[in-house]
Design a protein around this ligand. Sequence first.
Ligand code: GMT
Length: 380
Amino acid sequence: MNMKIGIVCYPTFGGSGVLATELGMALSDKGYEVHFITYEQPVRLTQSFHPNIYFHEVKVPTYPLFDFPPYETALASAMVNVILNQNLDILHLHYAIPHASAAYFARQILKKSGRDIPFITTLHGTDITLVGRDTTYAPVVTFSINESDAITAVSDNLREETLRFFNIEKEITVIPNFVDIKRFHQTDKDHFKQMLAPDNERILVHVSNFRAVKRVKDVIRIFEKIKKEIPSKLLMIGDGPDRQNAEDLAREMGIYNDVRFLGKQEQISEILSIADLFILPSQTESFGLSALEAMACNVPLISTNAGGLPEINIEGKTGFLSDVGDIESMAKNAIYILSDDERLAKFKTAAIAQARRFEKQHIIPQYEKLYSDVIKAYRS
Ligand code: GMT
């Protein structure tokens, strides 16, 4: 079935926006027409041109009267315009609020003009585990999920959490995150390695948006323990509210010279290519896309056992999992992996093998099938 698909997401460096953009690019490569509706060009969309992809910017006019410019209203209006003018077949919302809730509004408007299309909501985590459960938003989250024609969650754990905390009347299909191994794989970047680790030190990497949930100070504390045993360097990629705290801690601990805070980076796979270990000590993580992208570049994982992480990180094979905040255990496991070349090589091989299970060609057809099933059911 040839489909025109609308995708609504956050355009930022966050996992949900990245995943939605990767999905749109993969669908366009398969010949579908994809329309992104969001307030800025999604980050990964800027990296290459796709002739089947259209970007519709949501503009939010500000008036002195508004303390809070009504983004949701502007978004619903943009959805109505794009659905009507581009003749979309389906709308895919990434996040319950404000995207699925705005889509509900848009549909009520469309119904008045005798035109309506189905919509699918993908739950990514923050909208459920952190924001959604807040009583301020819970009624709207529950309602907009239930009004969706299909619901997907990015891990079994997120599906269970959603069913546990919200009164969901519909089936939730699990479609995990995916990785494009043609773009995310290890390449020869030895010249970078030479510059960053001139004495052949091990290289550890953390990638995130430095929100509290990522526990970036734990990354620094873990690294400080590893460094005492193994010559190593740490690369901190990304930016966000806790970056300064992490930098301050690295200075206080006297390890700042061995940590590089590189900020937001677009060519993550080039950095991952020189990494020996990825550290993700999150408080919760519905899937952990950044870890999957690292594994695709042959990088084993030291993580917590929170959320959906046990669904990608296999204990003792692709890495190790510890309780949230257990810095001792995470450092000990990291030292175990890094202290022996042969052992490290085995973990690297297992990491890439595990990443292949989540390769985009296995996952994209699951979305295509869902779209066409939903459209057929809607039209029948
Ligand atoms: O992890 C973040 O801070 C970004 C976050 C988001 O809401 O965009 O990512 C979430 O969605 C990703 C894609 O599905 C998942 O891989 C991340 O695990 C998930 N983050 C959390 O659950 C904290």
